[in-house]
Design a protein around this ligand. Sequence first.
Ligand code: RFL
Ligand code: PHB
Length: 387
Amino acid sequence: MRTQVGIVGAGPAGLVLAHLLRRAGIDSVVLEARSRAHVEGRIRAGVLEQGTADLLDGLGLGARMRREGLVHHGIELRFAGERHRIDLHALTEGRSITVYGQHEVVKDLIAARLDAGDPIRFAVEGVRLEGLASERPAILYRQDGQEQRLECDLVAGCDGFHGVCRAAVPPGALTVHERLYPFAWLGILAEAPPVADELIYSAHERGFALSSMRSPTLSRLYLQCAPDADAGAWPAGRIWDELRIRLDCDLPEGPIVQKGVTGMRSFVVEPLQYGRLFLAGDAAHIVPPTGAKGLNLAVADVRVLAAAIAAFAATGSTDALDGYSARCLDRIWRVQRFSWWMTALLHRFPDADPFDRRLRAAELSQLVHLPSAARTLAENYVGLPLL
Ligand code: RFL
Ligand code: PHB
């Protein structure tokens, strides 16, 4: 088998890339290790930057998002018994975010691709890459017990943090930058109306809490917890009690339909290219979820990558492809900085001393009293300009 671009991974990065390439008249095959039901049921991110929502619209893939997604013009910050609204809309000249589940985006992207008759191969096994340093790379895998070989001009490694593409690069060719955090998030999905119309980020002395949503009847809530926390040690009663304390309000309870612990890390690999392999999304970088950036950053990467691939297909020149990594890394590091900063600002660090805690309180105070500080938060939150 042959295709122009072999895409490993049917998450947001791989699927958006496949659609952008189709629009540019470029063929691709998407290979996914999990089943369609698994990837469509994976509950993750929920906040789309304005640029991400606009890009989905531009691809003709935004109809359900526009119907069912919730446009938010602000977020709330709670700390020290105070409540402050950050007016995203006013601080960014009319920009906003859309709350729409990542798995809903993934469902829309998969359905549109399959409807158009373009291939996504689910449940493939044993994916490995060959000839990355040559002009004819190949992806080998097994499907239904049969060994397959997909030859391509380029491979897009969109297989997430635990995928095989980054690991296929010879040792020494990539530099890793990493930071781990001494806490994790316990996340739940509950059949209960959200406590407020907008997201609430709360910096409480017992730890961070976040109230988000998926619909007017489905809440998505998070609590800072120990990095090795066992979700089983958090029965419903304990979760609701802790949410009430940290969010500093009463909140509607309902059946918890999903519960999980997510570790927190900052991670960037440089460069994003090795020969004919191009890494994008979580395969190349991880941000802690506090800034709601992971999915949006994945989409920003593949937007640059699709344009570079289109230039290569049109001219045969690899100049744009060779510039992909540097072009993305500037924005990636700015988003890393923002995600690290939001995380440091809002979480309780076990080793923080009174001096650290006062600095953090001063920073929160500055954020809600100094319009330029609030504006910087708002501009980053709704999304830095795409390149
Ligand atoms: P994904 O979504 O992990 O997709 C990678 C795909 O590759 C497949 N795969 C393979 N396929 C073939 N062969 C192999 N060997 C393979 N190995 C893996 C996987 O099955 C999968 O389908 O990566 P992608 O596309 O780069 O997308 C990144 C986002 O998923 C991620 O950054 C976000 O979910 C992060 N994130 C958030 N991002 C936001 O922008 N806004 C948010 O509000 C937000 N909240 C979150 C989050 C992530 C969270 N968790 C659970 C990590 C909240 C949470 C709790
Ligand atoms: C979510 O709705 O899942 C969500 C919202 C904001 C974040 C992270 C996750 O910062």
